[in-house]
Design a protein around this ligand. Structure first.
Ligand SMILES: Nc1ncnc2c1ncn2[C@@H]1O[C@H](COP(=O)(O)OP(=O)(O)OP(=O)(O)O)[C@@H](O)[C@H]1O
Ligand SMILES: [Mg+2]
Length: 344
């Protein structure tokens, strides 16, 4: 049974020369839940995840999985599945890619077929990855993370490039993984992209934490209004007025200045007025996310240039940054066929 382990980031700071990518960042990610790691382009998400996976040394602070740094995990592929960018050797087939990693990590062959099936790419598994669409590569990256049936999944922007069907699929899949007790950490620069699949959020901006908590707590804060409708609108308006609720007519009913729809429902029920529609207004969520991260200019795509997303491995300036002791954590480059990647 895969074991979900908590992820703990404490006082994490990472500077690249005079660029501070992450500053004094602390948060905890719990097993059994999907956590959205959110922030605009350049916020420091990938940097944090790279520190967490032992690919970059922090300037200060710690990042641990189940209480230990990634590099100290025994059989890391079976503890943590991670995907930081969906780049693969174009000349290899998906099946061959997975074979290389599985062999390096001592994972039994039948698991390859299983993860291909789980991620829905079995029909293209023997095609060269060079001809894959971005969505197919995302699925392959996910297949890689699942190889060791790990209890912890760390996925950097896994939804990027998926079509609507793929997005619906991955949302459900992430939920399923968490329901089995796994720790699932998913980054995104768009709250709306992950909103339907995350339980918790960790929101950062300019390298600093701006918010952690459940998605519902964020929804509650960001949705000060409810919407209600009734077959008898005049009676509904009278009931709302009698209850001292402020409201305005909207397209689908009355927009009420009350964050708790239950109170609005109670007001109508007390007056014996039927309710045909009642819910919290959700549209405020993305706005409040943008407010939290201090971006109302909508830098959803290509805001701050992030060098990390460019090529295969050239993530870090100084080559010395890349930790020699870390076993293959990301699907960006295949390990040499024989390395097990134990301690250097
Ligand atoms: N190797 C590096 N050398 C110099 N600066 C870097 C390096 N890696 C990241 N940075 C800088 O650190 C900041 C955080 O980048 P990071 O890639 O962590 O952001 P991100 O939240 O993942 O953004 P995106 O949503 O665009 O992927 C940015 O200003 C970026 O330019
Ligand atoms: Mg990133």
């Amino acid at each position: 049974m895969p074991k979900g382990l908590p992820i703990e980031v404490r006082g994490l700071t990472k500077r690249f020369g005079d660029v501070t990518a992450v500053e004094q960042l602390s948060f905890t990610v719990q097993p059994g839940r999907v956590t959205g790691f959110l922030g605009p382009n350049g916020a420091g998400k990938t940097t944090t995840l790279r520190v967490l996976l032992g690919l970059v040394r922090p300037t200060a602070g710690t990042a641990t999985i189940g209480g230990v740094p990634y590099a100290k995990l025994e059989r890391p592929l079976e503890a943590v599945g991670a995907s930081l960018d969906a780049t693969f050797h174009p000349g290899r087939t998906a099946r061959d890619h997975l074979k290389v990693y599985a062999t390096a990590a001592g994972i039994a062959k039948p698991r390859i077929g299983e993860v291909l099936e789980l991620t829905g790419i079995q029909s293209v598994a023997d095609r060269r990855v060079g001809g894959y669409s971005l969505g197919m590569r995302q699925r392959l990256a996910l297949a890689f993370t699942l190889l060791g049936d790990p209890g912890v999944l760390i996925l950097d922007e896994p939804i990027n490039g998926l079509d609507p069907e793929g997005i619906r699929w991955i949302r459900g899949f992430l939920q399923l993984l968490a329901r089995d007790g796994r720790t699932v950490l998913v980054s995104s620069h768009l709250l709306s992209e992950v909103q339907q699949s995350v339980d918790d959020v960790v929101i950062i901006s300019k390298g600093r934490l701006v918010r952690t908590g459940t998605l519902s707590s964020l929804e509650l804060d960001s949705a000060p209004q409810s919407i209600v409708d009734s077959p008898d609108r005049d009676a509904a308006a009278a009931a709302l007025t009698a209850a001292g609720l402020r409201f305005a007519p909207g397209r689908n009913g009355f927009i009420v200045d009350e964050r708790d729809p239950a109170k609005v429902g109670a007001a109508l029920a007390a007056a014996g007025v039927g309710v045909s529609l009642l819910h919290r207004l959700r549209s405020g969520l993305e706005d409040s996310f943008l407010q939290l991260v201090g971006e109302s200019d909508g830098s959803a795509n290509g805001g701050t240039p992030a060098p990390a997303s460019e090529a295969t491995v050239a993530h870090d300036g100084p080559a010395a940054e890349t930790s020699a002791e870390a076993p293959p954590a990301v699907a960006s480059e295949p390990p040499a066929e024989s390395t097990e990647g134990k301690d250097a």
